[in-house]
Design a protein around this ligand. Structure first.
Ligand code: CDP
Length: 235
């Protein structure tokens, strides 16, 4: 059987999803796709076009015409991936505080979510795929082989984000407040809210190193996936 293994990693902002997913993908030879980049790219477009975020018809039109490409990083300038919007490099533009401030509103739009779902499902490829986001285990890939819900306390997540962006220590409180507000919006929206899938394994990364989290997920994958696959191979 050649069906790709699907690993879903969901959880709030700054829990370490992308770092863990990238390491795992490298170790396992899996393809990693950051679904948050899509919502961020749509947000960049909305900001540039001055779109009224309460106008579902306009959002549906915009997402229907949008051309977003996500590729492995081609430049070593701190980016994790290349993101192109109609061919233009927006890899850094998707990470600005302006985008952080609107992305949860954009992501709460039913038209935007409906417009991005097929693009996400089409990413499942090769021997294995890791999709990271908020609703992968619940909506995008409910049949994923393993679902992880990665969390950490807001203080820890704000601290990691501060280090990531090289911000001054006195911005910690402001960052934590922004993260908590984004979590609140993501968890309370009517469609595909951020929530742990019933069959997901929750990992609290507070006090755990990235390596420890990666090892834990590898062990779970071996338990869940390698055993049934080995059994299939022997059939
Ligand atoms: O990297 P960070 O954890 O800050 O966020 P992200 O994964 O880039 O996602 C940015 C935003 O996109 C989230 O706060 C959600 O509002 C939205 N998102 C979503 O709704 N569903 C996903 N599968 C991924 C992201």
């Amino acid at each position: 059987m050649n069906r790709p293994i699907v690993l879903a990693i969901d959880g709030p902002a700054g829990a370490g999803k992308s770092t863990v997913a990238e390491l795992l993908a490298n170790e396992l030879g899996y393809f990693y796709f950051d679904t948050g980049a899509l919502y961020r790219a749509v947000s960049v477009r909305c900001l540039e076009e001055g779109v009224d975020l309460s106008d579902e018809t306009r959002l549906g039109q915009l997402v229907g015409e949008i051309d977003i490409q996500v590729r492995p990083a081609s430049v070593e300038d701190g980016r994790q991936i290349d993101v192109l919007l109609h061919g233009r490099d927006i890899s850094h533009a998707i990470r600005t505080p302006e985008v952080d401030a609107v992305v949860s509103r954009v992501a709460a739009s039913p038209a935007v979510r409906a417009g991005l779902i097929d693009l996400q499902r089409r990413q499942v490829q090769g021997v294995g795929t890791i999709l990271a986001g908020r609703d992968i285990g619940t909506v995008v890939c409910p049949d994923a082989d393993l679902k992880i819900y990665l969390t950490a306390s807001p203080a820890e997540r704000a601290h990691r984000r501060l280090v990531q962006v090289g911000g001054a220590p006195d911005r910690l409180g402001e960052m934590e407040a922004a993260i908590v507000e984004r979590d609140r919006k993501d968890a309370s929206r009517a469609i595909a809210p951020m929530v742990k899938a019933d069959d997901a394994v929750e990992i609290d990364s507070d006090g755990k190193s990235i390596e420890q989290v990666v090892r834990l997920i590898r062990e779970l994958l071996t338990e869940r996936v390698a055993t049934p696959r080995a059994a299939e191979a022997g059939r």
